[in-house]
Write a protein that binds this ligand. Sequence first.
Ligand code: UGA
Length: 443
Amino acid sequence: MQITIFGTGYVGLVTGACLADVGHEVLCMDVDADKIARLEAGEIPIYEPGLEALVSHNVAEERLRFTTDPAAAVAFGTLQFIAVGTPPDEDGSADLQYVLAVARTIGEHMDGYRVIVDKSTVPVGTAGRVREAVRGALATRGSELDFDVCSNPEFLKEGAAIEDFTHGARIIVGTDSPRVEALMRECYAPYNRHHEKLMFMDVKSAELTKYAANAMLATKISFMNEIANLAERLGADVEEVRRGIGSDPRIGYHFIYPGCGYGGSCFPKDVQALARTAGEVAYRAELLEAVEAVNHRQKATLFAKLSQAFDGDLSGKTVALWGLAFKPNTDDMREAPSRVLMEALWAAGARVQAYDPEAMAECRRLYGERDDLALVEGREAAVTGADALVICTEWKAFRSVDFAWLRRTLTTPVVVDGRNLYDPQAARQAGLLYYAVGRGASL
Ligand code: UGA
């Protein structure tokens, strides 16, 4: 099957490489000529385990190609995936300008039937707007060519995107057209071999499914963070509570890890966008607002704990950070708790000495060179000469540490663990002033 993908960002590139890998012919289009040139040279603009090898393999096999030519892109695939960004507007709603620009491009260049597949996370009702944009561009040409628009939301996790694409729990397709259903079946047949994963539904339900899934997961996290904050004040251990409730299959163990708040490009943006969508239909989504508010507060707890440990005066202190990315196995720092912490530390006159296995270049790009930020190679270098340590990301390499060494190295042995990596008792016995999330010893 010939497939075109607009947008070579995270979703577009993973989708393109995975579809090419199962034998489809894929053409990825991007307006960014520099990015396309780099991709053609085998250079991947994002960090995602396995992606570089998958892209180079399929480029070598000539099943995966790149272009900046919109006419060639529209001419290529019967299926035209839109996987461009939908950044949040100032008010939290998704900005659809890039999605609608692609829709117009397709309308301007198509010469026969096309299925436009909305892959980007877009608010309910976007398929209708895409349809109007294509129709408008066709009308300008005096053309009435036939086309369909369907919704096919992605459920990829950064760091596990290839696995999620190839072994995802479900493939959602929103359409009311049997012709689209047949084409989407053909596209996803290689992933639908052992049991039926394809779920067809109406377009709006598919669009809402994507938001509902992310909002549900974000709700679980904020709920656990709320319980953790309570546990801290009540003298209970949230990790015990987590095990206790996770064992109930109706609750489950997934996504109930308390921490320093959820980040990334999806949860914060999608919870806000859904609340905003609710507002547009005169419904106040109070639960979603609370999920967002709890998360906001949770990100601030790292600084609050540290500040209390130093009696409210962090000026002149050097704070080591282990982890900058919003989660392990990515270099993504969008909405990362580490950023909220660093910015608060700088405002309080402290210095940051940070290490992250992948996100240091991204950190440099975001904050540039500054006197109060040192990006150092390795977790040892980060704590050397530091007064305190904060763990912001649960990279594997941080899971085990010699507490006695930490005790000797840190000037004041304060450790704020935003990811509950260590046994509080063992850490405290080793002489560390150890503060985790929801594990007693509230500050
Ligand atoms: C999320 C969803 O998990 C994907 O299913 C979805 O496709 C994707 O958004 C998207 O909409 O594109 P992602 O943002 O890559 O994926 O990251 P997650 O692994 O879900 O983690 C999100 C945040 O929640 C991280 O900051 C993580 O540290 C935090 N988290 C996760 C917790 O604090 N506790 C948990 O129990 C789980």
